[in-house]
Ligand binder design. Structure first.
Ligand code: HEM
Ligand code: HEM
Length: 136
């Protein structure tokens, strides 16, 4: 059972990583793509990365929260509460709600919600790392 719970933990972790790739893929596109697109492999595969991480950003976010809910409910039953996990989990839940709110706004990449969405991503990296290092 613990293996399954861990699997869902890694699913949440991997999907979270994919949501952050939204930013990284766009950053590369804006700053480096013009220089590296002359390489055939980049020209062929980079647009696929954009589809995976930018177009399907919402799906990755929802998968992260789905994995978290399964991870949390199994871990809670067999191992009890993990404070570092609860902190990371609550922030992830907030982030997903904020993302849903933002995706309903007209201007998707501006305003307070967007700044907050980016800041929370950094906060999540720290709190999730904290959870992996100190599982307590
Ligand atoms: C963003 C949210 C979370 C992520 C990404 C996450 C991810 C993970 C991962 C990948 C592991 C396995 C670590 C390893 O095997 O070295 C783990 C372990 C664990 N998680 Fe989470 N977790 C999250 C939230 C939570 C929550 C809310 C709980 C509350 C019950 C929790 C409870 C645990 C426990 C008890 C372990 C330790 C299992 C052991 O003894 O090795 N996690 N988590
Ligand atoms: C683990 C959860 C999530 C994380 C860590 C996350 C992270 C991010 C980051 C870093 C950006 C900025 C990208 C940039 O700089 O352009 C962004 C943009 C955005 N996110 Fe999320 N996000 C999450 C979940 C969601 C969800 C569930 C939704 C909606 C259902 C969502 C909707 C959006 C929208 C609409 C944008 C702006 C437009 C775009 O870049 O696609 N996010 N997110």
């Amino acid at each position: 059972m613990e293996t399954i719970a861990k699997f869902f933990g890694f699913l949440a972790l991997g999907s979270f990583g994919a949501t952050v790739m939204n930013f990284i893929t766009k950053y590369i596109k804006k700053n480096f793509y013009q220089y590296i697109k002359k390489y055939k492999i980049v020209d062929k595969y980079f647009p696929i990365l954009v589809t995976i991480f930018v177009k399907y950003h919402k799906i990755w976010g929802l998968m992260a929260v789905g994995g978290l809910l399964l991870h949390f409910s199994i871990m809670w039953t067999i191992n009890g509460i993990s404070i570092t996990g609860i902190i990371a989990g609550c922030i992830l839940g907030l982030q997903v709600l904020l993302g849903i709110y933002g995706s309903k706004q007209k201007k998707k990449r501006s305003g307070a919600w967007f700044i907050l969405h980016r800041i929370i991503s950094l906060l999540l990296i720290v709190t999730i790392l904290g959870h992996l290092l100190f599982k307590a």
